[in-house]
Design a binder for this molecule. Sequence first.
Ligand SMILES: [Fe+2]
Length: 347
Amino acid sequence: MLFEQVAAGGCRSYLVGCPDTCAAAVIDPEASQVDRYLALAARDGLRIRYVIDTHTHADHFSAGKQLARKVDAPVVMHRQSTVPTVDMRVDDGDMVIVGKLRLQVLHTPGHTRDSMCLHVADRVFTGDTLLIGGTGRTDLPTGDSSALYDSLFGKLLRLDPATLVFPAHEYKGRDHTTLGQELASNPRLQVREREAFIELMSSLNLAMPDHITEALRTNLSGGKTVAQMLAEAAATVPFMSMQQLQQRIGARDDELIVLDVREREAWEAGHIPGARLLPRGQLELRVNEELPDPTSRIVTCCEFGRISTLAAATLREMGFQRAVALDGGMKAWREAGYPLESAPVRH
Ligand SMILES: [Fe+2]
């Protein structure tokens, strides 16, 4: 089996491949690692056939749909998943066949209703059902400690104790464990009675994960994260450095239009010398009167350099083929000590 573990912060995802057939699957892909999965598969001569999420994640951004569409493979999740972009729903006992590898589905609800583990050869991908020295939490949407108790003690922990455990999260840098080691030392598994386990899980008082609203919004709908929107826009536009812009202003480059897409108050308080104001919210409506020449060279700017990227991408989409975005925003421009101009006082 070809095997790669990809760590992104506390998230762990996996590429498993069949060396005989070159078929592969990615398990729990994370949004920032799409290029890495593609690169690892290419390096090993693998074709990604399945993109599998072990559950609806509330704490990280799944790249399930994004990666699956790129490689023309189905998104696989448990049938209890409510994610509309799932292409292949699987049930307990089903197998996902990846070349000569057989990924056995174990439905293990508890962390979420749609949680599953994938057992293949000597290892099991446990998602958030079982972590190294811990378990997934049960206090987030569709979590259920009693169900987790059954999933662990009635199903997962009945596999061979030598089975290697690869979880979807690990925060202390360890890469795997075994079911036997977890049974012996995982603090949450030392409580063997159902009621005591439920009591333990409800007493954890965990803080809400970061970005839970955005993670659930995007993971449940297949919608895009803000970072993804920005990355997609950034991939379609060139940028201009602040130093280059300063030189052009110093050289009185009249051909260049500096377009400040912040709101009027921000522009009035201080803008790049000569910058014209066209707030992002009015861009499409006022573009024809404000920018009559589609061949103009335009550099967009905003406070942090993110909205200006979206604005430059929109301008390019509308036919302004020379629109670029400032690499950085007004905050960085001010901090670098570059020149500013204030709006004349209005009477
Ligand atoms: Fe999770």
